[in-house]
Design a protein around this ligand. Structure first.
Ligand code: FEO
Length: 403
């Protein structure tokens, strides 16, 4: 047992006993530049309870933090709110080690855990239904299914005696830090990392976020703490993060644009800059993002707060550039809403890239402002003036939608 790991008190009888991953930089395709935490929580109720576990290589860290409060073998209940491996990777070993009396998950979670761990966990998990409560002796946990937020098995758990919501992945962020609470972290970091997390993990399920935010007041839960499975615990800024989620989920466009492109010989880059100038001249806050300088997950983060998406690619072997193909597939899966947009690019022979991009943007339900612009080889001054006009037109249309 590693004894230098310590638990952090969240509130009376509740401790953070998770792990800090200072190294992770790629979370299934999402660039986690600030690392992450895998949060687990210990409730020192009469029936001592562990909420979630951690990624498999971090089991010793979690067990060390638990041991700083209590002998882990005294844990009677384990709750698995979500079976993704960053929270369940060490669950079978932890169950074998602790031998709790009960392990709870959602109905779907029981099946998903078996799909992951097969005979190592089969028969060991008790499913709980939406709205069901389980006793911890002197306290209780109330569960609510949050299917597809962001896995089919996801659920959240409320501890009424401490007004504490264990929100699982919802309201989380990838941020490695020793600071455990929202008010201990710089606001600009909260702003960026909460948005990045929403854009890259939660965005496809915006309608479900809206339903959840509508449902929570109806539960009568008096929530004073929100403890997610990644990043800080919310204690001072709960209204702020709820308002953020409501705004992001609404998909109401803002007067901001992202121009994203890749280039072979700088022709598409010059077009991007001219389009950006046009957007900016129209009064739209604009970011130009060359794929050579930005990760796909950073582009999507900017899209979250944008109302316009303009995409440029040269034609390479009758198709779009590979970096744009990567981005478009990733972005389409995340289902950004309410965007206007256009395509552009240079070509040497056949020039299919703009048509391909128009098709991909249409599949994403982006409202195209026109057929886009393609330029043979190197743009002339007139071509760049046309790009400027495309930017200006996009800005005008966007402003019409954001009034
Ligand atoms: Fe943090 Fe969906 O796992």
């Amino acid at each position: 047992m590693e004894t230098h790991f310590k638990a952090v008190k969240i509130t009376d009888e509740v401790y953070w006993v998770g792990a800090i991953d200072w190294l992770i930089r790629d979370f299934h395709g999402y660039a986690t530049g600030r690392g992450s935490t895998y949060n687990a929580y210990l409730i020192m109720a009469e029936d001592i309870t562990l909420i979630d576990t951690v990624k498999a290589p971090f089991r010793d860290e979690m067990m060390g933090r638990i041991a700083s409060v209590v002998d882990p073998k005294k844990i009677k209940i384990i709750v698995s709110n979500h079976s993704e491996m960053d929270h369940s990777g060490c669950l079978p070993e932890v169950i074998d080690d602790i031998r709790p009396e009960k392990v709870y998950s959602s109905v779907m979670g029981e099946k998903t855990l078996v799909d992951h761990f097969h005979e190592r966990i089969a028969g060991k998990v008790i499913p709980v239904k939406d709205g069901e409560a389980v006793s911890l002796g002197n306290m209780k946990l109330v569960f609510a299914e949050t299917r597809m937020l962001h896995w089919p098995d996801s659920m959240i758990a409320f501890l009424p005696e401490r007004s504490l919501l264990f929100s699982q992945d919802a309201f989380g962020m990838h941020l490695a830090s020793f600071e455990r609470f929202d008010d201990q972290i710089d606001q600009s970091i909260l702003d960026y990392e909460a948005g990045k997390y929403y854009a890259n993990i939660i965005m496809p399920y915006a309608n479900l976020v809206t339903k959840l935010l509508e449902r929570v007041p109806a539960t009568g839960w008096d929530i004073k703490l929100v403890a997610p499975d990644h990043g800080p615990v919310w204690r001072s800024k709960i209204p702020w993060i709820l308002e953020r989620y409501a705004r992001w989920a609404s998909g109401v466009p803002e007067n901001r644009a992202v121009v994203v492109y890749d280039t072979m010989w700088q022709s598409t880059a010059r077009m991007a800059r001219a389009i950006g100038e046009g957007l900016s001249a129209g009064g739209t806050e604009t970011k130009i993002m060359p794929m050579a300088a930005h990760h796909r997950s950073d582009v999507v983060t900017e899209i979250l707060a944008a109302g316009a998406l303009v995409v440029g690619s040269p034609t390479l072997n009758n198709n779009i550039f590979p970096t744009l193909a990567d981005l478009m597939v990733y972005m389409k899966g995340l289902k950004p809403k309410g965007l206007v947009g256009a395509a552009f690019g240079s070509y040497g022979w056949s020039g299919e890239s703009v048509a391909h991009l128009n098709g991909l943007l249409s599949e994403m339900k982006v409202d195209l402002v026109g057929e886009g612009i393609k330029v043979k080889n190197v743009p002339t001054g007139d071509d760049l003036a046309g790009c400027f006009s495309l930017g200006r037109k996009t800005s005008d249309i966007l402003k019409g939608k954001t009034k």
